[in-house]
Design a protein around this ligand. Structure first.
Ligand code: TZD
Ligand code: CA
Length: 526
């Protein structure tokens, strides 16, 4: 009989999980032995960067991705990055090593005591198989749970299990296929269609799941038939709709009162592919205006269950968009022209206004560029200048945990070699995932990192004012030169000092990673 390792490798191969993002330790080495040639191991130098890269890669390819982490210390390092993968509903399959079975109880060095419990608040499923023969089946469950729940999963495997022999039943897992279909039932569909067609002033709120599920263009078709305004759900991590489309009203502000205010006057708010809602700033008020009915359609049963108001239908938003597009078979009215971008704001002195940087990106880079953004004080400048019309154009850390941006950009670029990829990263954010530069250099990933250096945690300065605590310590980060850091990791870098120089550098096409450091003026997120 083949080994547990052989069957597990075969299973992963059949399921297409052959790109592995990892950082191994001694417990993990036996799993990596005899890895077939079809596998590609992408080494990250810190687990936060490993998970960030895997998250970007999984989001960009739309497929579950294998992550290989060391036991407790390595898995613990990954937790911050996992918060983002949970919020973006990214199907990461984490396989970690464990001490040999006989040594776990005595807590030998590198034993992961109660490994599933360590990860459980975040992952959708975590286990350590009860015996070696159950490893291939448990691995299959880790893959299918991640795929069905769209949430990271975690499997801890004692390292002496991999060499064990499988039994006959162990091979059955190789032929498994698991799929989900969640078209609303006939009556549910009819009722929803009735509610939508009878609404006088409907509005759409679209979440990041719309883009993750490949429904960006379908959402445009639905919106144009419905004719009402479209917002992106708050705490946005993927852009679900062209941001200069005449029906687009922007990203909803992430507070209870301002959302209620924005939705004033609509008798129906249809929320597709988003939690209701991911608030951030605590601005209390009524959840919804008087007379506004809210219907949420999501595949995420937990998001439906935990919403504090409105109706919810747990179904595939794609199936619901199809159904409604058929019912509303003619466009409501010509939608008009895309909104032009305003002249970028400028500042005196040697620094650039972030709007000048973003205008340069918009003008100099191809329209299908994918942007991974982790720069927090520049949010309003970003949306004022950008014109994103394609699916998969925008990624942001979904739970607000810094450290996704730089690794995420490497992962997106590896997952979508057909598109230009740019990371727009703050001088604070960059440090949480900086080691991903090394992976980008080693794999010669064609990627541009635009490093916005304003010398401070800009968004926290703004938040300090908002919370009435403007004079707190720990917000300035002088003395960082990212050109030298990047070069140390093997990435070519530029320090540009003017708009024309920036535009010239951006217009060069490349087949390797590069970092462009720009000194920018401090702005506020909104
Ligand atoms: N640590 C982690 C892992 N995630 C966080 N979100 C924070 C700390 C707190 N934090 C923010 O929420 S924004 C921010 C911090 C430290 C400042 C980011 O600085 P930046 O961007 O230079 O990247 P801006 O544009 O200067 O704000
Ligand atoms: Ca900064």
């Amino acid at each position: 009989m083949p080994s547990v390792r052989r069957v597990s490798h075969q299973f992963l191969e059949r399921q297409g999980l052959t790109t592995v993002f990892g950082n191994p330790g001694s417990n993990e080495l036996p799993f990596l032995a005899d890895l077939p040639d079809s596998f590609r191991y992408v080494l990250g130098l810190h687990e936060g960067a490993v998970v960030g890269m895997a998250d970007g890669y999984a989001q960009a390819t739309g497929r579950p991705v294998l992550v290989n982490l060391h036991a407790a210390s390595g898995s613990g390092n990954a937790m911050g990055a996992l918060t983002n993968a949970v919020a973006s509903r990214t199907p990461l399959v984490i396989v970690a090593g464990q001490q040999v079975r006989s040594a776990v109880g005595t807590e030998a060095n590198l034993a992961n005591v109660d490994a599933p419990a360590l990860m459980k608040p975040l992952v959708g499923w975590a286990a350590e198989p009860a015996c070696a023969q159950d490893v291939p089946r448990a691995l299959a469950q880790a893959v299918f749970e991640a795929q069905l729940q769209r949430r990271p999963t975690y499997l801890s495997v004692p390292y002496d299990d991999w060499a064990a022999e499988t039994d006959d039943n162990g091979l059955a897992v190789l032929d498994r296929q698991v799929q989900r279909g969640s078209v609303p039932g006939g009556e549910q569909g009819r009722r929803l269609a009735e509610q939508v067609t009878s609404a006088e002033r409907p509005a759409l709120v679209l979440g990041g799941d719309i883009d993750s599920a490949g429904l960006f263009d379908d959402a445009v078709r639905l919106a144009e038939r419905l004719g009402g305004p479209v917002w992106a759900a708050p705490s946005l991590f993927r852009l679900p709709f062209p941001n200069r489309h005449p029906l687009f009203r922007g990203v909803l502000p992430a507070g209870i009162a301002p959302i209620s205010q924005a939705l004033e006057g609509h008798d129906l708010v249809l929320v597709l592919g988003a939690p209701v809602f991911r608030y951030h700033e605590h601005l209390p008020g009524r959840y919804l205006p008087e007379g506004t009915r809210l219907i949420q359609v999501t595949e995420d049963a937990s998001a439906a269950a935990r919403a504090p108001m409105g109706e919810a239908l747990v179904a595939d938003p794609g199936a619901v968009i199809d159904l409604l597009t058929k019912v509303l078979d003619t466009p409501a009215a010509p939608a008009g022209a895309y909104r032009p971008t305003p002249e970028p704001l400028t500042v005196e002195g040697p620094r650039l206004h972030p709007e000048q940087v973003f205008a340069a990106l918009r003008d100099e880079l191809p329209g299908d560029t994918a942007y991974v953004v982790e720069s927090t004080s520049t949010n309003s400048s970003w949306w004022r200048q950008m014109d994103l019309r394609r699916p998969g154009s925008y990624y942001f850390p979904a739970a607000g945990g810094l450290g996704f941006g730089l690794p995420g950009a490497v992962g997106v670029a590896m997952g979508r070699p057909d598109r230009p990829v740019v990371g727009v990263i703050g001088d604070g954010s960059a440090n949480y995932g900086i080691t991903a530069l090394w992976t980008a250099a080693q794999h010669r990933v064609p990627l541009t990192i635009v490093l916005l250096r304003n010398g401070t945690y800009g968004a926290l300065r703004w938040f300090g004012g908002l919370l009435g605590v403007p004079d707190v310590p720990g917000l300035d980060i002088p003395g960082l030169d990212f050109t030298r850091i990047a070069e140390g990791y093997g990435v070519l870098s530029h320090h540009v000092t003017g708009v024309e120089e920036l535009r010239a550098v951006l217009s060069e096409r490349l087949d390797h990673p590069r970092l462009i450091q720009v000194d920018t003026a401090l702005t506020t997120p909104s």
